[in-house]
Design a protein around this ligand. Structure first.
Ligand SMILES: Nc1nc2c(ncn2[C@@H]2O[C@H](COP(=O)(O)OP(=O)(O)OP(=O)(O)O)[C@@H](O)[C@H]2O)c(=O)[nH]1
Length: 400
C-alpha cells in the first residue's frame, strides 16, 4: 500500500463518470494513462445514542451541495457491511441497497464492500465523501481494514479515518462496568477478568479512533467532562479530542472529514504520546517506543520485529506472556540515508510508506525514531519496558 500522492487535492473522483466539476475536467485533461483521485471514507462509530445520527445530519446540512454517501452498517460485523445506502446531494436523498457480490466479503481480491461502493459510483457518478455509520456495538478494528485497501489494487476509495462518538454522560460507566454485549472477552482471558482490566466495546471504539468526539457536553459539568477527557486520553493518546453539544463540531475538516489518518503521520501527532504516560485506564493504553536513526539492515530488522509483535503476538527475546493486543500502530522512522518512513497499522495489518516530508525537518538526534502502540495490557511499566528492551535488542541498540 502506498501513500496517496494527491496530498492536498480536494476529494473528487476522476474515474467513473465524473460530476461536471471544472477542476475535475482540468485534471482529466492532464490525465496520462489512468490517474485516479480517490474518495475518502470515514468510519463513524459510537455507542447507541451517542449522537452519530445527529452528527451525520449535521454533516449533510453543513456540506449542502456535496454528494455524500451514508452507509449504515447495522450488524456491525465484517460479513455484513449493511446494504442500506443514502446518497445526498442538493437535499435529494436516495436510498438503495449495496450490492455485495455473492454476499461474501472474501470472495474477491478487493473487498466486496469496496467493490459495491465502486460499482455504485459507476452508476451514479462519484461521491465527494463516504460516511460509514457503524452499529453501537461495532468493533472498528474489524471494519477499518476492509477499507484500508492496498494501493496496488487500484481502489477508487481510501480510508480517511475513524471517528468515535462518545456520550460524555455515560461513557465512564460503560468503560468501568460494561454489561451484556458491551463486554469484550479477549482470547487470552476466557473465564476470568484479569484484575479489573475488562475491556468494553467503548474501549475498542476509543482505541481505534483517530478523532474522539465527546458529545452531550450539555449533560455534564466541566469537572465531569475533564474526567472523561482524561480517561479517553489515557486510552488513546494519539486521537484528536473534541467536545460537542449535539455533535456540532466547530469545523468538519480535520475533525470528521479530510483526516488523512491512514496516509500521514506527522511528528506533532506523535508528540501527543509524549505528554504523559497515564495509567488511568486499567485495560487499554498508549505506549511510545524510541530509537535512533535506522540503517537499511535495521529497517529490515524492525520489519521482522513488527511482524512478530503484530502477526504472532510474540515479543522477541523477552519472556512475556502475550496477554497484550495491539489495536493501532503509528510511527515515524527516520533513516540514516536522510529518508523518512511512516508506519501505519490497525490490528495485525501494518505498512511502512515513504514520507513526503524529509527527515532533516525534524532533527531529534539520538531518539529520532518513534513508534506508538495503542492496545490492551501494554501500558504498565513492566510491559512497556519489555517492549523497548525487545526492540533495542532486535535493532542491536545498547539500552544501558
Ligand atoms: N442532551 C443532548 N442530547 C443529544 C445530544 N446529541 C444527541 N442527543 C440526543 O440523543 C439522542 C440520540 O442521538 P442520535 O444522534 O440518534 O444517536 P445515535 O448514536 O445515532 O444513536 P443510535 O442510532 O440509536 O445508535 C437523540 O434524541 C438526540 O437528539 C447532546 O449533545 N445533548
Amino acid at each position: 500500500m502506498e501513500a496517496d500522492d494527491e496530498d492536498d487535492a480536494p476529494p473528487m473522483l476522476v474515474a467513473a463518470g465524473g460530476t461536471g466539476d471544472p477542476a475535475e475536467a482540468a485534471l482529466n485533461a492532464d490525465l496520462e494513462g489512468v490517474k485516479i483521485t480517490k474518495v475518502p471514507i470515514t468510519i463513524i462509530t459510537g455507542y447507541l445514542g451517542s449522537g452519530k445520527t445527529t452528527l451525520l445530519n449535521y454533516i449533510l446540512t453543513a456540506r449542502h451541495g456535496k454528494k455524500i454517501a451514508v452507509i449504515l452498517n447495522e450488524f456491525g460485523n465484517t460479513t455484513d457491511i449493511e446494504k442500506s445506502l443514502t446518497v445526498n446531494q442538493d437535499h435529494e436523498a436516495v436510498s438503495e441497497w449495496l450490492d455485495l457480490a455473492n454476499g461474501c466479503i472474501c470472495c474477491s481480491v478487493k473487498d466486496s464492500g469496496v467493490n459495491a461502493i465502486e460499482s455504485l459510483m459507476e452508476r451514479r457518478g462519484a461521491f465527494d465523501y463516504i460516511l460509514l455509520e457503524t452499529t453501537g456495538l461495532a468493533d472498528p478494528g474489524n471494519i477499518a481494514p476492509l477499507f484500508w485497501v492496498d494501493e496496488g489494487l487500484g481502489s477508487t476509495i481510501y480510508l480517511d479515518g475513524v471517528v468515535a462518538l462518545v456520550d460524555a454522560k455515560n461513557v465512564l460507566k460503560s468503560l468501568d462496568e460494561p454489561v451484556g454485549e458491551e463486554k469484550i472477552e479477549s482470547e487470552h482471558e476466557h473465564g476470568h477478568e484479569h484484575g479489573g482490566s475488562l475491556m468494553s466495546t467503548a474501549h475498542l471504539q476509543i482505541s481505534h479512533a483517530d478523532v474522539v468526539v465527546l458529545n452531550k457536553a450539555d449533560l455534564v459539568t466541566p469537572e465531569e467532562m475533564r474526567k472523561v477527557e482524561s480517561r479517553v486520553r489515557s486510552i488513546n493518546s494519539l486521537a484528536k479530542i473534541q467536545t460537542t453539544d449535539h455533535s456540532q463540531v466547530p469545523q468538519l475538516e480535520g475533525l470528521i472529514l479530510d483526516l488523512h489518518a491512514y496516509d500521514n503521520v506527522t511528528a506533532e501527532s506523535l508528540d501527543f504520546a509524549n505528554k504523559g504516560h497515564s495509567h488511568l485506564d486499567p485495560a487499554i493504553g498508549t505506549v511510545t517506543l524510541n530509537f535512533p536513526l535506522l540503517n537499511e539492515s535495521q529497517l529490515e530488522k524492525l520489519d521482522r520485529w513488527l511482524r512478530s509483535v503484530l502477526w504472532k503476538s510474540e515479543l522477541p527475546r523477552e519472556e512475556l506472556p502475550s496477554t497484550w493486543e495491539i489495536h493501532r500502530t503509528k510511527g515515524r522512522l527516520p533513516l540514516s540515508n536522510g529518508m523518512l518512513k511512516m508506519l501505519q497499522g490497525v490490528r495485525e495489518i501494518f505498512e511502512m510508506i515513504d514520507a513526503v516530508d524529509a527527515y532533516s525537518q525534524s532533527p531529534e538526534g539520538g531518539t529520532a525514531g518513534k513508534i506508538v502502540f495503542i492496545g490492551k495490557n501494554i501500558s504498565t511499566e513492566r510491559v512497556t519496558a519489555a517492549f523497548q528492551r525487545s526492540l533495542n535488542a532486535c535493532l542491536a541498540i545498547d539500552d544501558r
